[in-house]
Each structure stands twice: as structure tokens, then as C-alpha cells.
Design a protein around this ligand. Structure first.
Ligand SMILES: [Zn+2]
Length: 728
């Protein structure tokens, strides 16, 4: 029994031809009683990450409207031996021929960079990827171990099915065949909402996204949300830019869509015509979509209304049908993130030939499934989305891709085993101590800010005191027992796992927020701040070298892990975070003049980073990266303050030839050592809210008189900005 197809009385989803071909599979047909409008949408948790989900355009979280799956990058091939972890600064990573005051990133990382070119199967290679590889090797051992039971067994089966290439090959279009047939045979445009709900149920993000979201006016509750989605290129700008390189890229995209249609059995001419229709529809969606910079302002995506109002706005799409088909709980309130997008979508549905819309749905289904379809599909998908768009030359080893997928879909099943194996009590104790120290530094920093009034400072302290910190892993583990996982159905497993998550998400509509939930799995090498929950979160996966090591020089731990803590804490007070209050409500707690002073300071940072170039020809977008850059600047400063007031107050000696202050700066810099392909750098600049790693180092340190002093830089040195910016 495969996934469920929801059928309305008026619609019979025909699963005829290909369903029969899909051997014994039968689709379970379920009638859902008619119900008045309800809704829900997948959560957009507004997660602000410290670290680049390595190449975020395919990154799973629909947060920030960025695409889906996360293709992590790794580093060293598994099993290759590693040098022992240094006790402090990584001296082998240094480039002593470069002056720290001319290019600190090169000074701190030049040795590492020279020894670590990007392997053919990566887009970039960095300290994060080294650590990710280490975690993946552990996860691989966990999923390949014999005798697993319960959810761990489920993770092992999920992984095994993903690894079984010959089964995937022989299954052909099996897992998507019935749905392709359904799309083909759909005759009545009025049934579109049912089909859209069905595709959404297993993660095909056609036309828009729907789910649950924290109510920004009452952060204890969740409401329904509908948002823009459904164009497969990494950013709306890829559809709209008129330069030659962009036009060429779109021609390649068109060829890729054509190829996928042809592989799925279409005659070449029909495939080419359909591809053009797809590009036309995605271009229309992208045109109507709000750009990433505008979306950074929470007010720009805050348009709560009654469902009836949304229905009046979009007369050509029945939300009642959609909600019933999606099996959403009843609801009235919905946040329509981008009303203009929904209006344009409605016009598009009315004006587009139904055959073209069907081509679009087929494409999206094939695209989302391609990596678990036969090799020809997976290779084509890799060729365009990874090689052309990101410069990656070869696929990663299959085991690594399958570990990634298992982590994405059954992350807490794997995470529990990962934590048992890797996470000691010392790490938690040390982290909690650093968090306390860094919160203390932030308290001091706010108190000393000359540009803030007493009134706003008082409100800021209330928010700071309310920040909840979470280290390592969730207190309650997710129960995956209701997901059916088999060792011979990779794509079906994924669809069922996504359906499970979707159901969980939709059931949240109208319910209180569960503050115990995590948005990242324990093995993740990353961290995040959640503005609507006012908490900072550090998965077990990141609490390892080079960020942190028990017993290592505290200056380096503070520069690495401490900087990360400071980064996340600062997010609560960056240009987005400052708009949320201590409880996570979107509420202005600033006096007008303090708000204006803040924006002026933030503009300085935006202008600074807009001046940086990557890949020789691409400017960083200072407004897209403003929150992350603010967090980097604040994070490093707070880490230094906390170190000097804490362990640094007792430790004055040089180690390895560096003073304590110098080692804090090196600790920060050396977590960012990275090599990256130019395509990947350009992609990051267009889509990722984080700056290129070089500027995550040189940006903050050049704003800090503490750095100038620590390395005795001349006033006119390149690492000393004349117009130093400072928010925190
Ligand atoms: Zn961040």
C-alpha cells in the first residue's frame, strides 16, 4: 500500500495505466468528509543560522524560500587518517608569509587553503566540511550496524533502500508513475487544488507553500500560512536577469527540463514544448515573488487575514477543496505572506492553458524525485543543478548522499544514536559556561551602548534575560513508528517520511507552539537562533574541533564555539531579530530615535559588505547578508569580551607565540578556512544570507580596534577600517 491519494466526491483521480504498470502497487483511496475551510502550511521557522547550510540553494528548509534538499559538502574521503587535533591555534593552517594586518584570513588560513583544494565531488571544502565528514563517518557506522531495532532500524532500512541502486534502476518510474498518470488524466481545472494538495503532501512545492507558522502577534500559538514557492532555479533573479550569462543559464535549464521529460517518455518535440511552458510558468511565479532582501523584513511577509479574504483574493483556486484534500484542521486565520504573489498566481491559473499547468506539475514531480529515480534521471539532475549551477564536478559517494538523506528525513532516529556515541557531559558543561559568560558580555555591551536610551536598554535586557539556550539535542525524541520504511523502495520511503512531517506540521495549525522542538538534527554542523521562540540552539554535531574541544586553550574555544554562541545571541538583536520581543512576538520595543540610530549603524555594515567581491566578479549583497554580518561582528566581539572577563583574566601567557587576544581572533578565523569553486561563490552570493568565509573573518576584525591593538597594526593597514562600523 503506497501513499494515500485523497479523493473528493467530485474528482476521481485516475490512476489507470501506469498504476497497473506499477505492478502490485495500489493506491489507497480515502474519502475525506467535506469540511468547512481549514488550513495549515508548513512552518517557516525563521531560523537564522550561524553557518551556511553548505550551499543553501538546495537546502532543505523552506525557510527563506530557498529550495529544498541540502546537499552537504564533505571533505576528506572516509577512512583517511587525520592529523591529531591541535591543542590551541592550528599552526599548520597559518600562512606566516602574509602579514596579519594586510589580510588576516590569508594569515590564519593560507596554509590550510594551500593544502586543501576543492575535491572534484565538492562545491567547496572547509573546516565545516571536515567536521561534517567526521560526523557522517559516525552516522554511516550507525546505519550500517547489524541488529538495530526500533527507529534506529528504520533509519538503517531507509539508508539501505537509498543505497540499493539496482533496485532503484529496476523500479523505473515506479514510485512517480501513478502520479504522472493522474496528472495526465486530469481533465477538469477545478480539480487542480486536489492535485496540488496531493503533490504538497510529499514535498513537491508546486505553485505555493502551505503549512503552520508561529502567529507573530501571539507567539504562543500557531496559525496557517501560505507563501510563494514552486520555481526550481535557486533564486527569482535567475529568471529575470537579462545579461548574457543568465540567458545562457536559462537555455541550459530549458534543455534540462526537456531532457527530463524525454527520459520520462515524452517525444522530443512535445518535451521541448512542455519545457517552454514550464519555464514560462516558473518565470511568472518568480516575477510575482518577493525578493530575498525584501523578505528579510518580517513586516513584508506579515499579512494575517481570514480565509474568506484569501478566497476573495484568489477566486480561481478553491481553498476549501485544497484544505479538505490536504486534510488540514479547520482554521480561519491565515498569514498570506505575499498577497501580491497569490493574486498573480490566481491570474496565472486562469490564463494558462490547463495542458501547460499539467506540464509544470509533471516537471516539478520529476525534478523533486530525480535523485532517487534511475541513474539517467539522477545524472541529469546532478549535471544541471550541481555541475552547471555550483561547479561540482562529480557526485559525492553514494553512501554520503544516503547518509545525508537519512539524516534529513529520520534525523532524530539517527541523532539519538549519534549523541550516545559522541556527546559527553563535559561539552555541555563547557558550553553552558560559555553561554553564561557571553550573555554577561552582551549585558555589558548593551549597558555601555552610547547611542541607546535607558528605556530601550531596559527593554533589551528583558529580551536578553529571556533567551533560552539549548545544547546538544532535544529532550524528547520524535517517534517515527508510524512511518512505513522498506529496504526496497527508496523514493516511496522518502515520500512517506515527508508525508509524516507534513501531517505533523498541519496538525499544528491552531495549536500552541511546542517550544521543545528543534529545527536541526543533532549531527548537524550548524547552530541557530529562533526569533519567534527567542532561543539559541547548538546541535551536538558542532560541539567538536575546530569549534570546541574539552581541555583545549580556552582562548581558541572562545574564538570558535564562543564566537558561534555570540553570533546566535546577536541574532536576537540584528535588524530582523530586534523587531521581535522577549516572547517572540513581532512588536516594536524601541523608541523611535533609538530605532533610527540602530538603522544608521546597520547601514554602515551593509555598505561595508557591499564593497566586497567574490569569485573575481560578483559583489556581496550587503542587505541580503546584513543580519549574518551583524551577528558575526557582534559574536566575535562578545566572545572576546567574555574570554577576557573569564578565563582570560587569569591567563596572560603567550602560547605558540600568540597572546591570548591574538588566539581568540585566530580561533574565530580558523573555523572559516575554506576553498570554494567560483560557481559556488556566485551561487552563494545570490542566495545565501551568509557572506563568503573570507569576509566573515576580515569583515568583523577590520571593524575592531581590539584587533588593531592585538596585532599592532598601523592605522592605515588594510585590516583597519577608517570608517569602522559597530552595531554590537
Ligand atoms: Zn547566523
Amino acid at each position: 500500500m503506497r501513499r494515500q491519494i485523497v479523493v473528493l466526491t467530485s474528482v476521481v483521480l485516475p490512476l489507470a495505466a501506469l498504476l497497473a504498470a506499477a505492478e502490485s502497487r495500489t493506491a489507497k483511496v480515502r474519502t475525506t468528509p467535506a469540511r468547512t475551510a481549514d488550513l495549515k502550511v508548513r512552518t517557516t521557522p525563521e531560523v537564522v543560522q550561524a553557518f551556511p547550510p553548505p550551499l543553501a540553494w538546495r537546502s532543505g528548509e523552506l525557510r527563506r524560500g530557498s529550495p529544498k534538499r541540502q546537499e552537504r559538502e564533505g571533505g576528506r574521503p572516509a577512512g583517511q587518517s587525520r592529523p591529531p587535533e591541535p591543542k590551541g591555534v592550528d599552526l599548520d593552517a597559518l600562512d606566516r608569509k602574509t602579514d596579519a594586518c594586510s589580510d588576516f584570513y590569508q594569515f590564519a588560513c593560507g596554509g590550510w587553503i594551500a593544502k586543501n583544494p576543492v575535491p572534484p565531488d565538492r562545491r567547496s571544502n572547509g573546516r565545516f566540511t571536515e567536521l561534517q565528514d567526521r560526523n557522517f563517518t559516525i552516522l554511516r557506522r550507525i546505519v550500517e550496524a547489524a541488529g538495530a531495532e526500533g527507529d534506529r532500524r528504520k533509519a538503517a532500512d531507509y539508508y539501505a533502500a537509498c543505497m540499493d541502486e539496482s533496485k532503484i534502476e529496476s523500479a523505473g518510474l515506479g514510485a512517480v508513475g501513478p502520479d504522472l498518470a493522474t496528472i495526465d488524466e486530469l481533465l477538469n481545472p477545478d480539480d487542480l487544488p486536489v492535485l496540488v494538495a496531493h503533490l504538497h503532501s510529499y514535498g513537491v512545492p508546486v505553485l505555493f507553500r502551505f503549512g503552520a507558522q508561529t502567529d507573530r502577534t501571539d507567539a504562543t500559538r500557531q496559525i496557517a500560512q501560505v507563501d510563494q514557492a514552486g520555481f526550481a532555479l535557486p533564486d527569482r533573479s535567475y529568471y529575470l536577469k537579462t545579461d548574457e550569462a543568465s540567458a545562457e543559464l536559462r537555455a541550459k535549464y530549458l534543455a534540462h527540463i526537456t531532457r527530463l521529460f524525454a527520459l520520462a517518455g515524452a517525444a522530443l518535440e512535445k518535451a521541448a514544448d512542455d519545457a517552454k511552458a514550464v519555464l514560462g510558468i516558473e518565470t511568472a511565479l518568480a516575477t510575482a515573488a518577493l525578493d530575498r532582501v525584501t523578505r528579510r523584513d518580517p513586516a513584508a511577509t506579515q499579512h494575517p487575514m481570514e480565509l474568506n479574504e484569501l478566497q476573495r483574493m484568489t477566486p480561481n483556486f478553491s481553498w476549501r477543496k485544497y484544505a479538505i484534500a490536504a486534510d488540514a484542521p479547520k482554521f480561519q486565520a491565515i498569514n498570506v505572506s505575499v498577497p501580491e504573489y497569490m493574486k498573480a498566481l490566481d491570474r496565472l491559473i486562469a490564463a494558462t492553458p490547463f495542458a501547460d499547468l499539467k506540464a509544470y506539475l509533471r516537471w516539478q514531480l520529476l525534478h523533486e524525485s530525480a535523485d532517487l529515480l534511475p541513474k539517467a534521471f539522477a545524472d541529469a539532475d546532478f549535471d544541471f543543478f550541481s555541475r552547471t549551477l555550483a561547479g561540482q564536478q562529480e557526485q559525492q559517494a553514494r553512501w554520503r548522499r544516503c547518509v545525508t538523506q537519512t539524516d534529513e528525513r529520520l534525523g532524530e532516529a539517527l541523532g539519538k544514536a549519534f549523541v550516545e556515541e559522541t556527546f559527553g557531559p563535559q561539552a555541555k558543561t563547557d558550553m553552558l559556561q560559555m553561554v553564561q559568560d557571553i550573555k554577561g558580555a552582551m549585558r555589558q555591551d548593551i549597558d555601555a551602548a552610547p547611542w541607546m536610551s535607558g528605556e530601550t536598554k531596559k527593554a533589551a535586557m528583558v529580551k536578553l534575560d529571556a533567551v533560552v539556550d539549548r545544547i546538544g539535542y532535544p529532550e524528547a525524541w520524535r517517534d517515527y513508528s508510524s512511518i512505513r520504511v522498506t529496504r526496497d523502495d527508496a523514493l516511496g520511503n522518502r515520500q512517506r517520511a515527508i508525508e509524516f512531517n507534513r501531517r505533523r506540521n498541519l496538525q499544528k495549525i491552531g495549536q500552541p507552539v511546542d517550544r521543545g522542538e528543534w529545527s536541526m538534527t543533532p549531527p548537524t554542523v550548524n547552530a541557530y537562533y529562533s526569533p519567534d521562540r527567542n532561543n539559541i540552539n547548538f546541535p551536538a554535531g558542532i560541539l567538536q574541533p575546530p569549534f570546541y574541544r574539552a581541555g583545549r586553550d580556552a582562548a581558541v574555544n572562545y574564538g570558535g564555539a564562543g564566537g558561534v554562541i555570540g553570533h546566535e545571541l546577536t541574532h536576537g538583536f540584528d535588524d530582523q531579530g530586534r523587531k521581535f520581543d522577549a516572547q517572540g512576538n513581532l512588536r516594536d520595543w524601541w523608541t523611535a530615535s533609538d530605532g533610527a540610530a540602530y538603522e544608521q549603524r546597520a547601514s554602515c555594515v551593509a555598505d561595508q559588505y557591499s564593497g566586497y567581491t567574490v569569485a573575481g566578479d560578483t559583489k556581496i549583497n550587503g542587505r541580503l547578508t546584513l543580519g549574518e554580518n551583524t551577528a558575526d561582528n557582534g559574536g566575535l566581539r562578545l566572545a572576546l569580551m567574555a574570554y577576557l572577563a573569564g578565563p582570560g583574566a587569569r591567563m596572560k601567557d603567550k602560547l605558540d607565540g600568540f597572546t591570548p587576544e591574538q588566539r581568540v581572533f585566530l580561533g574565530w578565523a580558523q573555523v572559516w578556512c575554506e576553498t570554494a569553486r567560483p560557481e559556488a561563490e556566485r551561487l552563494k552570493a545570490a542566495t545565501n544570507p551568509h557572506s563568503s568565509n573570507k569576509y566573515r573573518v576580515n569583515g568583523p576584525i577590520s571593524n575592531m580596534p581590539e584587533f588593531q591593538k592585538a596585532f599592532s597594526c598601523k592605522a592605515n593597514a588594510p585590516m583597519v577600517r577608517q570608517n569602522a562600523c559597530r552595531v554590537w
